[in-house]
Design a protein around this ligand. Structure first.
Ligand code: UD1
Length: 416
């Protein structure tokens, strides 16, 4: 089993170019099967979640190839409508194939999805929306069996603005005759990216980024070349890294607007942030003051996917901070690992109280999920001495070639 070994305590210095967003790329890969034309996605990160999604597409009879950062999917020969349990449990995004399979083949059989160990992650909102669209659903033996031969456009109200359910339902609606409306939908930038991608293929989707999306059914979509939005969570992770370690970092290929909730939270007294159109420069001097309260919520609020990273910053900031997790139930799983490194954190349900300590100490710790794993890397980067991180396959799901990226900004890290 691979592990990371990090010698902490040095400030960061350098530039990082951010690749396409994992959460966009995975959704767009699912959407590729909406056309029998070829689709090329540029700037795809080399991460294991993308590889798993490509393996699922291959299993369905698509041809996929990768040249550098370009991934091409040709689904002309798609034959299967069943996502096997083994693969689906590796990747929660396989559930997003439900919508695109139903649009393309009129039926889909998807095993209950897997993904990060961060909470219950039910799919009731996805299924309720599909039922509103007239999809017949039978749930048995761990599979969701769907038939959309009688599907029709509809006006749907979501119980919660779920990202996955919004994406799935948009994909289910693209070919339905008439106009479908999805209300109380998610507003995340990845939804806007899906809309732009589908429209570039010939779809008629509007309203993404607001709470109401309208989809006018079209007959057919065509192949396209497309560049997904940059990964705001990877970019945010390294901004927090600069705040934790001190130093100067310039991120390129970023959309500063997508990170405004994080930028607003980072303490202005120690973190000087300058944004250009697609660049962010951060210069951090000295120890940060604690941020009194960070509360995760839906976009444009503070993202749950950066909660553990900002909590890690609080462990070495001056003062006490309260971190509230409103999206997923068990997203404080990394706290026991941070305690091993000398952090002072008390968790009570969805709330963590973090009292800043002088410094963290290197320790042997274990990643329990993707973003938690990235937070342990940040903790290792600022800790005194050596940190060994086990179970780094979680981190491989979403962070490309971490050793090269972090070495290039002066971090002493190796993978063995
Ligand atoms: C996506 C992202 C994930 C991010 C999350 C929230 C991908 C691959 N993953 O996950 O990184 O952390 O958005 O921004 O894009 N819910 C239900 N019933 C449902 C669906 C969701 O109750 O049918 C609840 C969830 O338990 C959670 C909340 O809604 O509390 C938000 O989940 P959702 O937006 O669906 O997250 P994902 O799409 O799974």
């Amino acid at each position: 089993m691979s592990k990371y070994i990090i010698r902490g305590g040095t400030p960061v210095a350098g530039d990082i170019r951010i690749k396409g967003a994992k959460n966009s790329v995975l959704t767009l890969l699912a959407a590729c099967i909406l056309t029998d034309g070829k689709v090329t996605l540029h700037d795809c990160p080399h991460i294991s979640d993308v590889n798993t999604m490509l393996a699922i597409l291959e299993r369905l009879g698509c041809r996929t190839s990768r040249t550098g950062d370009d991934v091409t999917v040709d689904s002309a020969g798609i034959s299967g409508d069943k996502i096997p349990g083994g693969l689906a449990s590796e990747l929660r995004s396989s559930i997003f194939l439900l919508g695109s399979l139903l649009s393309r083949l009129k039926k889909a059989k998807v095993a209950y999805p897997g993904g990060c160990e961060i909470g219950l992650r039910p799919i009731d909102i996805h299924l309720a929306g599909l039922r509103e669209l007239g999809v017949r659903i039978v749930e048995k033996h761990g599979y969701i069996d769907c038939d959309s031969t009688r599907a029709h456009s509809a006006d749907i109200m979501l119980d919660l603005p779920s990202v996955g359910a919004t994406e799935n339902l948009v994909m289910t609606c693209v070919f339905l005759k008439g106009v479908s409306v999805i209300r109380n939908c998610a507003k995340e930038p990845e939804i806007v990216d899906l809309q732009n991608f589908l429209n570039a293929m010939g779809a008629k989707v509007s309203g993404a980024g607001t709470g109401i999306i309208t989809i006018e059914g079209v007959e057919k979509l065509h192949g396209v070349e497309y560049t997904p939005i940059p990964d705001r969570i990877v970019a945010g992770t390294w901004l927090i890294g600069a705040a934790i370690c001190g130093g100067e970092l310039t991120l390129s290929n970023v959309n500063p607007e997508h990170l405004s909730s994080l930028i607003a939270k980072l303490p202005k007294s120690t973190c000087k942030i300058t944004c250009a159109r697609d660049k962010i420069n951060i210069i951090c001097n000295g120890r940060c003051e604690s941020i009194p309260k960070v509360e995760t919520t839906y976009y444009p609020g503070f993202p749950t996917d950066l909660q553990t990273q900002i909590l890690t910053l609080q462990t070495v900031s001056d003062g006490t901070s309260v971190v509230v997790e409103n999206i997923f139930e068990t997203r404080f799983k990394t706290v026991p690992e941070l305690l091993k490194m000398g952090a002072d954190v008390t968790v009570n349900g969805r709330t963590a109280v973090v009292r800043g300590v002088r410094s963290l100490n290197g320790a042997r710790v274990s990643a329990t999920d993707l973003r938690g794993g990235a937070s342990l890397v940040l903790a290792g980067m600022c800790a005194q001495g050596e940190t060994v991180i086990d179970n780094i396959y979680h981190i491989d799901r979403g962070y490309e070639d971490l050793t090269s990226v972090l070495s290039s900004i002066g971090v002493n890290i190796k993978r063995i």
